[in-house]
Design a protein. Sequence first.
Length: 154
Amino acid sequence: MSENKILAFENKFIRHTWHNEEWWFSVVDIVNALTDSKDAGAYWRKLKQRLIEEGSQVVTFCHGLKLAAPDGKMRETDCATAQGIFRIIQSIPSPKAEPFKQWLAKVGHERVQEMGDPALSLDRARELWKKHGRSDKWIQQRMTGQETRNKLTD
């Protein structure tokens, strides 16, 4: 099962997907969040080339997964698990690296909690929708609609 999502780190969007029982994060999005590069894709290609030349195994942990591009189309994007991302972050000189590691650990911790208690994900969704200004009625309709869809697809 693959579930595409978007997270935000310091107002930078990080696309990620649940693939093979792990979260996979877009490397280019992370490079963009850490470097503020005008062309994060070019930065990642150059970094990847340098890492390969140095004999680093980091790049072997990256896989092309389809994520939604800004135009809405699904495009193959270099992605890595949290472990791979931590190794890539070590190669990027940036003062934002430590807060990003803490944020990534928080995301992973939340997912582990949700696996143990699925109700937490519902509570988190309600909280997020409220932060986005959704009414209690809208939230309830959304939750009911999702439950109905799940029953129909089961």
